[in-house]
Design a protein around this ligand. Structure first.
Ligand SMILES: *Cc1c(COP(=O)(O)O)cnc(C)c1O
Length: 789
């Protein structure tokens, strides 16, 4: 319960003093800032108390270059348990809380990896686990996307331009970070991570880079003016932009600086609080702190901690290394070799010379360890952290960290058997699996209030919001047609809401009676949006020819951003745009299929799309998607999965039942078998359906605006390129089985109770995909931390 008088008086005071306005007349931004201020005030006491409690226990830190928090206002009010009350009080005073949907997302991440970090913070805070996040306060988050004539256009995401009421600048905790050629200040901004209905509040501390010398207007009169401007810009550049590449990092100096910047600052912050208690006795360090490295981006923290301990605290290198070994653990997020992060030694030496020295010492240590284990020179090459003048970040991580985890069972198995096999043989006990999860607070409770209320009603309580395994209790209703009727009508309402939103946001009209078949995720060749596009073209031809009859009308929805420099991914967006134009304007199929590519897919858009989905497209080439978390969000909102045996799809289907989902295509073992002789050209020539569809890339059916993008896609499938085989993601090999599965979903949808039952069972059986489960496993098996308030 909130104190209504106090709430209103604080809100009104803030609006009056800051903006000379009132609740009735406040703009979205004004209301947002006033609410943020009030919320931070409300949280302050609990936040201080939580900090105090955590300081007396072992605590963990989540180091991540990305935290995809999304829009904070609704989430934080929801977790505080006051969202409904606030909505009602505001409405009473003539203010509509929904106008806050104009507030920008905090999009400080690219996709799954960054969103996972955000879900983990939510779960830890909710379960009173002392876990704080450390990252970068990018001035510009992931670019904003518009679709203009079917093409992606990017604009900067100036997310703080209207203020950032959820962050508190903590100037007093500023630290400096040194590079080979510059020294900058790291200024922390703290965001409260509000646990759901608990007094516990954790912290996400994001570092902003600033010049060491304050910019002083006195300089106007001095020679130093230009120099100072330069230093200011050079410093601020470090936290200026989030790199928009997903999965395939580019070796850029600025990117390396970003990684080192936040790792160094965070470690200095941690060491400061440690020394305040233990002084120069570092024997307790690893008993006080655990640090989780989210992918290789923060792996540079390992040599940095050792450097700080050796150079400043005068510890012996071996002792410092053993402290690092007990402190760090590493999460691997990819099996694709091209995505394994490497840096040239030259660059490393130039940007962080002393850290590079430490890396060389770790490499020497590794070589000694390996020869003690009886390995020969030749066998060593695959292990060396520094090899052929490249620094291998994953090897550094696996060697030093006491645990390395994959993010889905199949992913961890592939790491052990392939990608990191050599390391697994050496240190089998270090490899463990932690299948990802998502927070049901945001991905059910907040984004799908109608379904959530219904679940609570059926289960006789809302305990499932903090213990998702309770969803099992829904199974008993799976044959109850009255329950299924209510379930279906909720889905229908969500679809209507989505239609209204898409109309406003993208200008497209959709019929909510259609099946909503949704593929939302970053645009990447391995995720195979192009295969989905091909299937739509094939179905289109099938409907026109009369080959496909009795087709249940379907809307195919896409949402995806392509990295701005990823030419092929942008070609795929354009291709889908062309299909949409053809299909949506053809009266012969209008009542049967619709295609929409929504603009600027982000967390807030995901919250609209996911509750409205009937079919969840999870069609990555087997062995390429580490886990996926979109698949979990969709299953938990009652969509069936149309997918491959890849990532967490395997476990979703294992839980929810094969009969309740639609699995197709080559498996990892199949691909291994066929890959040496794979000949997509032959498939293309022999299969007329494939040929007809693939030919639309080049036969004039569609226009790529003279860019050559479609020819390039065509060539990528049939000719390959210098850096890859033709059709390296096996689109043509999976073409037929995919479309067959898609048509099975379509047919099954016609039996509405049978289909609703499948959807409902997916919800009932996916309780293990809450991020609460893995966060508790990390806490007990890796970090050795316990709940505390
Ligand atoms: C969950 C989520 C993702 C991850 O989706 P995958 O399908 O697992 O790749 C990406 N972007 C946003 C905005 C998300 O919410």
């Amino acid at each position: 319960m909130i104190n209504k008088e106090k709430f209103l008086s604080e809100l009104q005071t803030a609006l009056e003093t800051e903006y000379q306005t009132t609740l009735q007349h406040a703009t979205a931004n004004q209301l947002h800032c006033a609410l943020g201020k009030w919320a931070n005030g409300e949280l302050y006491k609990n936040w201080c108390e939580s900090r105090h409690n955590h300081a007396n226990a072992k605590r963990a830190f989540y180091f991540s270059a990305e935290f995809l928090m999304g829009r904070l206002v609704f989430n934080d009010l929801y977790n505080m348990g006051v969202l409904d009350e606030v909505r009602d009080i505001l409405a009473e005073k003539g203010a509509d809380i929904t106008m806050l949907e104009q507030i920008e997302d905090a999009a400080l991440g690219n996709g799954g990896l960054g969103r996972l970090a955000a879900c983990y913070l939510d779960s830890a805070a909710t379960h009173n686990l002392p876990l704080d996040g450390y990252g970068i306060r990018y001035k510009y988050g992931l670019f904003k996307q518009r679709i203009v004539d079917g093409c992606q256009k990017e604009t900067a995401d100036d997310w703080q331009c209207q203020g950032d009421p959820w962050s508190l600048r903590c100037t007093a905790d500023t630290v400096s970070v040194e590079f080979g050629d510059q020294t900058v200040n790291a200024v922390p901004y703290d965001m409260a991570v509000v646990g759901y209905r608990t007094t516990n509040v954790n912290t996400l501390r994001l570092w902003q880079a600033e010049a060491i010398e304050p910019f002083d207007f006195k300089l106007f009169n001095e020679q130093k003016y230009d120099e100072a401007v330069q230093a200011k810009n050079d410093a601020e550049n470090i936290s200026m932009v989030l790199y928009p590449n997903d999965d395939t990092p580019k070796g850029k100096v600025l990117r390396l600086k970003q990684q080192y910047f936040f790792c160094s600052a965070s470690l200095k912050d941690i060491l400061r609080s440690y020394k305040a208690v233990y002084g120069n006795d570092f024997s307790k360090f690893a008993d006080c702190y655990a640090i989780q490295l989210n992918d290789t981006h923060p792996v540079i923290a390992i040599p940095e901690l050792i450097r700080l301990l050796v150079d400043y605290e005068k510890l012996d290198f071996n002792l410092a290394l053993s402290i690092a070994q007990k402190t760090f653990s590493y999460t691997n997020h990819t099996i694709m070799p091209e995505a394994m992060e490497k840096w040239s030694s030259e660059l490393m030496k130039q940007v962080v010379p002393r850290v590079y020295e430490i890396m060389k010492m770790i490499n020497e240590h590794l070589l000694r360890t390996l020869s003690e284990k009886g390995l020969h020179r030749g066998e060593l090459i695959d292990h060396m952290i520094i090899s052929k003048d490249m620094v291998h970040m994953a090897r550094l991580a696996v060697y030093v960290c006491h645990k390395t985890n994959g993010v889905a069972r199949i992913h961890t198995e592939i790491l052990k058997a392939r990608t990191l096999h050599e390391w697994y043989k050496l240190y089998p006990e270090r490899f463990i699996n932690k299948t990802n999860g998502v927070t049901q607070r945001r991905w059910m409770g907040l984004c799908n209030p109608k379904l959530s209320a219904f679940i609570t009603e059926l289960l006789g309580g809302d305990g499932w919001l903090t213990d998702l395994t309770l969803l099992k209790g829904l199974e008993q209703f799976a044959n109850d047609n009255q329950v299924l009727d209510r379930f279906m009508s909720i889905k229908a309402e969500n679809k209507q809401l989505l239609c209204d939103f898409i109309k406003r946001h993208d200008g497209a009209s959709l019929n909510p009676d259609f099946i909503f078949d949704i593929q939302v995720k970053r645009l990447h060749e391995y995720k195979r949006q192009l295969l989905n596009a091909f299937s739509i073209v094939d179905i289109y031809f099938g409907l026109k020819d009369g080959r496909i009859k009795d087709f249940n009308p379907t809307a195919f929805l896409f949402g995806a951003k392509a990295a701005p420099g990823y030419y092929r991914a942008k070609g795929i967006i354009k291709y889908i745009g062309e299909i949409a134009k053809l299909v949506n304007n053809d009266p012969e199929v209008n009542g049967k299929i619709a295609v929409v590519f929504v603009q600027n897919y982000n967390v807030s858009y995901a919250e609209k799309l996911i509750p409205a989905a009937n079919v969840s497209e999870q069609i990555s080439t087997a062995g390429t998607e580490a886990s996926g978390t979109g698949n979990m969000k969709l299953a938990l909102n009652g969509a069936v999965t149309l997918g491959t045996y890849d990532g967490a799809n395997v476990e979703i289907v294992e839980q929810a039942g094969e009969d309740n989902n639609y699995i197709f295509g080559l498996r990892v073992e199949d691909i291994e078998k066929i890959s040496p002789n794979y000949n997509p050209k032959e498939l293309y020539e022999k299969n007329l359906r494939i040929k007809r569809v693939v030919d639309t890339l080049v036969d004039g059916t569609f226009e790529d605006g003279g860019t050559g993008a479609f020819q390039d896609l065509y060539d990528s499938l049939l000719k390959g390129a210098s850096w890859h085989q033709p059709d390296q993601y096996y689109l043509l090999a999976d073409f037929e089985s995919y479309i067959a599965a898609k048509l099975r979903v379509n047919r099954d949808y016609g039996d509405k109770y049978a289909f609703a039952k499948k959807c409902f069972l997916n919800i009932a059986r996916c309780g293990m995909f809450s991020s609460d489960r893995p966060i508790k496993e990390y806490a007990s098996e890796i970090w050795n931390i316990k709940p505390c308030k």
